[in-house]
Write a protein that binds this ligand. Structure first.
Ligand SMILES: NC(=O)c1ccc[n+]([C@@H]2O[C@H](COP(=O)([O-])OP(=O)(O)OC[C@H]3O[C@@H](n4cnc5c(N)ncnc54)[C@H](OP(=O)(O)O)[C@@H]3O)[C@@H](O)[C@H]2O)c1
Length: 329
């Protein structure tokens, strides 16, 4: 119980390095091992972050007895297989977003974790940022009355070629799966389960959506207006509104440090929230908390919600004609 949680990182790309950096800020965590498809690449990351064990295959990491939990940091089409590999080997898993390519894959991975009685969570790190935690607390306290609208945008100009994973269909490219999952997830967090989703998109030369606008109807009432894009850099804001006013969070998906409270008849109020390191520490802290408490999923990002969000993504993908090789699996 008093020992640090020993993490393994599967994959060595951009987000793997960010997460390795974040673990330095988690007091009861230790980066024990990393794995790459090639030993040299694992060693390169291992050297940079003083990692004790560097594996030249993902299977070797899954089998490593000194690792307590594995963070999956590969492109989305790999997530389902990588998660199954780790779960089959008896390892709890934190898996990058989008959790899988479609809801069918997500259901099978969740079923395996439940069968093996192992912890599993989608790495929707934004839900654990202190600013989002505080906004949720304020809204649940009734500050704006019953929340009935969410507006959320996540767009940035991605200066990448067609071979880059953001645009390559074989690597799960496209704005909806890469960025749209954030506004979608946050809308469901604040307004509850999505009853129906309607999307329009602009598809680029590689066949994936480069920008998508979508609206959501929530089962318990309320509507959301969302946008994601690789073509334009948007303000990146999350606004939750109710009859008494609105709560606006700047950069909600990556820092959520600045909150504005705008209530009818009152001066606007501003709150600044802290952020540990680059922000990824907060989800790692939640995983550690769950593991120590013997939880198999986080109440903040439950598995049924992860699957339901993929159902919504599937629905929107069929509306905009966005297909992937993984759709047959
Ligand atoms: N939470 C966030 O803020 C955030 C930010 C960025 C990305 N992400 C998510 O994290 C995942 C990875 O994104 P990334 O930007 O880190 O990608 P990346 O830089 O391309 O790295 C992906 C890593 O996956 C491994 N990999 C395994 N099979 C691969 C294949 N066929 N092609 C390419 N790489 C392969 C590679 O590691 P080895 O060669 O060492 O095996 C590679 O370094 C995506 O699902 C993305 O949505 C999340």
């Amino acid at each position: 119980m008093n020992q640090p949680i020993r993490w393994g990182i599967l994959g060595t790309g951009i987000i793997a390095r960010q997460f390795a950096e974040a673990l330095h800020h988690v007091p009861d965590a230790q980066l024990q091992a990393v794995a790459s498809r090639t030993h040299d690449t694992a060693l390169a990351l291992g050297r940079d972050f003083a990692v004790p064990t560097c594996h030249g295959s993902y299977a070797a990491l899954a089998a490593d007895p000194d690792v307590d939990v594995i963070y999956i940091a590969t492109p989305h089409p790999l997530h389902a297989d990588n998660a199954r590999l780790c779960l089959q080997a008896g390892k709890p898993v934190l898996c990058e977003k989008p959790f899988t390519m479609h809801a069918g894959q997500a259901r099978s991975v969740v079923a395996l974790a439940r069968e093996k009685q192992l912890f599993l969570m989608e790495a929707m790190w934004s839900r654990f940022l202190p600013g989002i935690v505080e906004a949720k607390r304020l809204i649940d306290s009734g500050l704006i009355g019953r929340a009935q609208h969410v507006q959320a945008d996540f767009g940035y100009y991605a200066e990448v070629g067609p071979e880059h994973r953001l645009l390559d269909p074989a690597l799960g490219g496209g704005a909806l799966l890469d960025l749209g999952i954030y506004p979608l997830s946050m809308a469901a967090y604040f307004l509850g389960p999505v009853a129906s989703a309607h999307a329009i998109a602009e598809i680029g030369a590689t066949g994936v959506d480069e920008q998508t606008a979508f609206t959501l109807r929530h089962a318990g009432g309320g509507l959301s207006s969302c946008f994601c894009s690789f073509r334009v850099t948007t303000l990146r804001e999350l606004v939750i509104s109710g009859p008494l006013g609105s709560v606006r969070i700047a950069r909600p998906f990556s820092e959520a440090r600045h909150i504005t409270i705008a209530l009818t008849g009152a001066e606007e109020r501003y709150i600044t929230m802290p952020l540990i390191g680059n922000g990824y520490a907060h989800e790692a802290i939640e995983v550690g908390r769950c593991l120590r408490a013997g939880l198999r999923e986080s109440p903040v990002m439950p598995l049924d919600q992860t699957v339901a969000l993929l159902d919504s993504l599937d629905q929107m993908r069929s509306q905009i004609g966005l297909r992937y090789p993984a759709d047959g699996e």
